[in-house]
Write a new protein. Structure first.
Length: 118
């Protein structure tokens, strides 16, 4: 059980202003990513990659920074993954974070691409 600190990098390729990538690297079993404020991000997608070892990654959002709920894709499906995935995020929440559960030997990288001011 670890708390994973994200890194945020401004994306400068493609000439689009105000695009950022936030990465939570090397998440293992029962890890929680530190939540980041993301309320000004108008378009967001999350990519989940790595060795799952039967782990599940849930991407969560919160407006109060205390109570987190599972976010959904545009089809209304929960962003709760047991294998590599790339999903758009429907809800606009003040905070977002990834959480892992289960599995053994998991090494999962979660990347969030955001268009809008950070």
């Amino acid at each position: 059980m670890a708390t994973i600190t994200p890194t945020t990098t401004k994306v400068t390729d493609g000439g689009v202003a105000d695009v950022y990538i936030v990465q939570w690297p090397s998440m293992g079993n029962a890890d929680t990513g530190i939540a980041i404020p993301m309320s000004s991000g108008s378009d967001r997608s999350v990519q989940i990659e790595g060795t799952f070892g039967a782990a599940t990654v849930v991407f969560q959002g919160s407006n109060d920074g205390t109570n987190y709920q599972t976010l959904t894709d545009p089809q209304g499906n929960a962003i709760s993954k047991t294998s590599a995935s790339l999903e758009a995020i429907s809800e606009l929440t003040r905070f977002v974070r990834p959480v892992t559960s289960g599995g053994t030997g998991s090494v999962i990288n979660v990347s969030l691409l955001v268009k809008g001011q950070r």
